[in-house]
Design a protein around this ligand. Structure first.
Ligand SMILES: [Zn+2]
Length: 71
């Protein structure tokens, strides 16, 4: 990972809500999905060692996406 990517990750990290466990992140996804019909996914953040939500990329299934919530 380059310095630029690390800085980018850190800045997006600061702006995002951090979930300490995967379970709380999943619950947040379900809430958002019910309210806004938005599909989100969870990713683990190495910067804060927590979980964040990000918008699902619909173009093609990425092999790097390990966890998806299908509801
Ligand atoms: Zn983070």
């Amino acid at each position: 990972m380059t310095d630029f990517q690390l800085k980018d990750l850190a800045s997006s990290c600061l702006k995002k809500i951090r979930y300490s466990t995967e379970q709380t992140a999943l619950e947040a996804i379900n809430r958002v999905h019910k309210k806004r019909k938005t599909d989100l996914r969870i990713y683990f953040c190495k910067h804060c060692l927590g979980y964040h939500l990000t918008h699902k990329i619909n173009k093609q299934r990425s092999k790097t996406v390990k966890r998806e919530v299908l509801k």
